[in-house]
Design a protein around this ligand. Structure first.
Ligand code: SF4
Length: 612
């Protein structure tokens, strides 16, 4: 392994054209040289080996004489899945423990090993199950995996999945989020030690984590769910009702959590975004305040459709009017909205889907920031199987599905990002519906063939190739929602690629007051909340793309070039020009110090900067 690394270093130092093909040849050559047929060098092991020597054997690493430039080039060459951190941060997805949901949607999977709506074959679910759904262990495992793949992990977006967040008990929510922060705040040694202690605790309790064993122990009850004999919630009570399914859960007060937040402000791995998912009918003033107190910055909301007939037919028990109210509330509290929207629901047609999505992206009552476009597919445990068998639902043909998705992509405005087009459901779990994991590529190829202009964010991101800062221009797109005037400020290249953006919300206070659903005081107490008052504007997001640059190292990509600061200054100027006197920012815990440097002061759940 060392010989191979030294050869790569020498080639980089000599300025040779070193790429993936060259690397493959090098690996093959070293393995052939072993003569005994054993694989001495594996490509995926090179980077972990190099990083381990760099971290744990400084004398040996020093003897390799690696310059800073060669170090960066070597990591780039050996890095697996560079897109993982291409959007500017390292994403860590974690799952909450199995839990019932108060919804009853016909298409929703019911896997008793998972929180409602998730399937144990999905990659994030497998990882969570191997960690007993323990938040600390999940973060520790992902950090280790990302580091082994060569990714910088000093800026982390935490995505908390697991059905409906607001259905979990408040104490569990606080503990879960607190453990995520605790794991990120720890030193590498401390995290490794604590993770080992945790694993030992679960093993002592005899709690299984092996897939085969879990499948065996839940097979009978899962069969009863699949045949419709019991619903997920009832099965959940039978399996978990009286036993703690996760962790030595310690009581964590709000003050304890805030103390963990404060440590993270200066930690080596800072939380620059925290996302949870919930249902629109559970978005209230109360839940928004609680989410903000937890440190949340973005909310994933399962909307699925805006067609009231379709919503009812699919057991959603919610109307488009309530969805509009939820989105207005999220905007008022400064959250980014990440919408789940489903194609091919029970009762839908390709034509109705097109109209539905167009309404989502043009009606001022909605206009989400991000969208996951999931085609509905049939899994054994969903109630949709009865409809399928009765001939009341059929999956779209590939042509129909691609046609709808192409139209959706083309209808998406430049301030909205389509983050996904399929769910990670394994093909073996899908009884009917799309099984192609490359559906997005098929859609993108069709879009390209159409020659039409694509405006949505993801297809314009500069990604791993970076951008030349002098070529960037700052543009503003203004659009109206039912309760705000939104200014989408974007750095764009001459080719129209996006290198960064800022979402500035200028509230229409009279409209907001009309839409307010409740004004109960809870946590945080009134007066401490710092919820923007009339005359105050809100920055909901600042995002600069490019490869992640380590917090205290510069020299790569478009971050650390002042692009974020310029976006914020321009947002201040535009808010001031529109007559607002204060600008709030919904900062993540790990970005508070950054905003203090830009003149913002801590004010309850937000940070504020006077504009006078
Ligand atoms: S609300 Fe979400 S988790 Fe609950 S049943 Fe419906 S789709 Fe499933």
């Amino acid at each position: 392994m060392e010989e191979a690394i030294l050869e790569i270093i020498a080639a980089l130092d000599a300025g040779k054209a070193v790429d993936a093909v060259w690397l493959d040849k090098l690996v093959r050559r070293h393995n052939r040289a072993a003569h005994d047929g054993t694989r001495q060098v594996a490509k995926r092991r090179l980077l972990p080996y190099y990083l381990r020597v760099r971290a744990e054997e400084p004398a040996r690493w020093a003897s390799w004489n690696v310059s800073e430039a060669t170090d960066a080039a070597l990591v780039r060459l050996l890095q697996a899945k560079p897109r993982r951190t291409a959007s500017g941060v390292a994403t860590i997805t974690v799952l909450t423990k199995p839990w019932a949901c108060s919804g009853a949607c016909v298409f929703c999977p019911s896997d008793i090993r998972m929180p409602k709506s998730y399937l144990s074959d999905e990659p994030a679910c497998q990882r969570a199950e191997r960690c007993w759904f323990d938040p600390y262990l999940q973060v520790a495992a992902r950090l280790r995996a990302l580091t082994d793949m060569g990714h910088v992990t000093d800026k982390v977006e935490l995505i908390v999945l697991g059905g409906t967040w607001s259905d979990y008990p408040e104490a569990y929510q606080r503990w879960f989020i607190g453990e995520l922060f605790r794991a990120l705040n720890a030193s590498d040694e401390e995290r490794t030690r604590t993770a080992a202690e945790r694993r030992a605790w679960y093993e002592e309790q005899g709690l299984p984590r092996e897939r085969e064993e879990l499948a065996r122990s839940t097979a009978a009850i899962q069969q009863r769910i699949n045949t419709g004999e019991v619903g997920y919630n009832e099965a959940w009570r039978l399996v978990y009702g009286d036993r703690e399914t996760s962790a030595p859960m310690a009581e964590l007060s709000w003050d304890d959590l805030f103390a963990l937040h404060r440590v993270n402000e200066a930690a080596g791995k800072r939380v620059v975004g925290l996302v949870v998912e919930t249902r629109p009918d559970l978005v209230t003033e109360q839940s928004c305040r609680d989410l903000r107190a937890l440190g949340c910055t973005k909310v994933q909301v399962g909307i699925q459709s805006l067609n009231d007939d379709l919503l009812a037919a699919n057991g959603r028990a919610i109307t488009s009017a309530r969805i509009a109210q939820a989105l207005a509330l999220l905007r008022r509290y400064g959250f980014k909205s990440h919408i789940h929207f489903m194609v091919n629901l029970l009762g839908a047609t390709p034509e109705s889907d097109l109209a539905d999505y167009r309404r989502l992206v043009t009606d001022p009552a909605f206009l989400p920031d991000e969208v996951k476009l999931y085609p509905c597919c049939l899994v054994e445990s969903a109630r949709l199987t009865d409809c399928f068998e009765a001939g009341r639902w059929r999956p779209y043909t590939e042509e129909e599905l691609v046609g709808v998705l192409v139209d959706d992509v083309l209808a998406t405005p430049p301030w909205t990002r389509i983050s996904r087009m399929i769910r990670d459901i394994s093909a073996t779990d899908i009884l009917a519906g799309n099984k192609k994991t490359n559906l997005r590529q098929i859609v993108e190829a069709a879009v390209e063939q159409s020659g039409a202009l694509v405006q949505e964010i993801r297809s314009r991101e500069i990604s791993v190739e970076g951008a030349e800062v002098d070529d960037l221009a700052l543009e503003t797109i203004v659009y109206q929602t039912a309760t705000t005037e939104e200014h989408f400020l974007q750095w764009v290249t001459p080719a129209g690629k996006i290198a960064g953006f800022c979402r500035l919300s200028l509230p229409d206070w009279r409209a907001l007051e009309r839409g307010s659903s409740d004004s109960r005081a809870s946590y945080p107490p009134e007066g401490h909340c710092g919820l923007p008052a009339p005359g105050e504007a809100m920055i909901r997001e600042v995002h600069v793309y490019g490869k992640v640059a380590a917090l205290h190292r510069t020299g790569e990509g478009t971050q650390h070039l002042g692009l974020g600061r310029k976006l914020v200054e321009e947002a201040c100027a535009q808010a001031r020009a529109a007559g607002y006197t204060v600008l709030n920012v919904i900062s993540a815990v790990g970005t508070r110090a950054y905003y203090r440097n830009l003149g913002f002061e801590d004010a309850g759940l937000y940070q504020k900067r006077p504009l006078s």
